[in-house]
Design a protein around this ligand. Structure first.
Ligand SMILES: *[C@@H]1O[C@H](CO)[C@@H](O)[C@H](O)[C@H]1NC(C)=O
Ligand SMILES: *[C@@H]1O[C@H](CO)[C@@H](O)[C@H](O)[C@H]1NC(C)=O
Length: 292
């Protein structure tokens, strides 16, 4: 008993800075209202009255959660603080996905590393069950030192991935040249923390150091300006244009010229893999959207 109350007061002290800084943000919702813990047998927890969610991974299991809502288009922000220290072998996945064999999916995956070595932010877009559209990045900050905002803007014309408001990737609707675009299947948000030391860090060379377990990733300040889907209908189509305020301008948002410059800056300085440059991988020609 004594030792467990000691450890919970230590935990409380560790959480204090998180609590204080989240009180400053006015827009925080309650993560209990938006998400269900789906697996991990107690390793995933929603804390601080719904303001913080943590996933843990130990040798026996990882953990995960999913959104209660399904979405069909939206601007979705989440703040994540990734596994600190030696996170080699761990993967924190945060993504949108529909169901079925011809599913759509929009992925963020964070591949851990040895202390001080850079995480890789891995992205991919699946449409109609087909992916192979990876782009990978280093980040311009330490993603384990604090929370940072990872956003997906998904509208009928484009998908834009952003980090702290800086766009890192744009996937445009190229249906006009025969590339399916995710626009008919509602998606749920999923996230999990799991062991992938067979491939995650330096291609699997660096294994998870279980003496560092449990590993913890943290989430807060979820915000979705989105069309939710329920019983076959979108919350957006039921809203008359006059009552849908300018807050849904994300539905037609595109990158302005300043954002395009930021995107180029990231791609020039931080992109470490782009399927559209991998001619060896696609000997019969790069995918059509690469030249769109
Ligand atoms: C880990 O660090 C090594 C050495 O700096 C680097 O090559 C690699 O891209 C980093 N990230 C991952 C996930 O392997
Ligand atoms: C949206 O904003 C524009 C000007 O910024 C305004 O003219 C228009 O009436 C607004 N639309 C709605 C639905 O509020």
């Amino acid at each position: 008993m004594a030792s467990s109350s000691t450890s919970s007061s230590v935990k409380l002290m560790l959480l204090m800075p998180v609590l204080v800084s989240s009180l400053i943000v006015a827009t925080v919702g309650n993560l209990n209202q938006d998400f269900d813990i789906t697996w991990g047998d107690g390793r995933a927890n929603i804390l601080n009255n719904g303001k913080l969610l943590t996933l843990k991974l130990d040798k026996a299991s990882g953990s995960g959660f999913q959104s209660k809502n399904e979405y069909l288009f939206g601007k979705i922000d989440m703040q994540l603080k990734l596994v600190p220290g030696n996170s080699a072998g761990t993967v924190t996945a945060y993504y949108l996905s529909s169901k079925g064999s011809t599913w759509d999916e929009i992925d963020f995956e964070f591949l851990g590393n040895l202390s001080g070595d850079p995480y890789i932010l891995h992205t991919n877009v699946f449409s109609q069950g087909k992916g192979n559209r990876e782009q990978q990045f280093y980040l311009w900050f330490d993603p384990t030192a604090d929370f940072h905002t990872y956003s997906i803007l998904w509208n009928p014309q484009r998908i834009i991935y952003s980090v702290d408001g800086t766009p890192i990737r744009e996937f445009k609707n190229s249906e006009s040249i025969g590339v399916p675009f995710p626009k008919n299947q509602p998606m749920r948000i999923y996230s999990s923390l799991w062991n992938a030391d067979d491939w995650a860090t330096r291609g699997g060379l660096v294994k998870t150091d279980w003496s560092q377990a449990p590993f913890t990733a943290s989430y807060r300040n979820f915000k979705a300006d989105a069309c939710t889907w329920s019983s076959g209908a979108s919350s957006c189509s039921s809203t008359t244009p006059s009552s849908s305020s300018n807050s849904s301008s994300w539905l037609s948002q595109e990158l302005d010229s300043a954002s395009q410059e930021r995107l180029k800056w990231v791609q020039k300085n931080y992109m470490i893999y782009n399927y559209c440059s991998d001619t060896k991988r696609f000997p019969q020609g790069l995918p059509p959207e690469c030249s769109a």
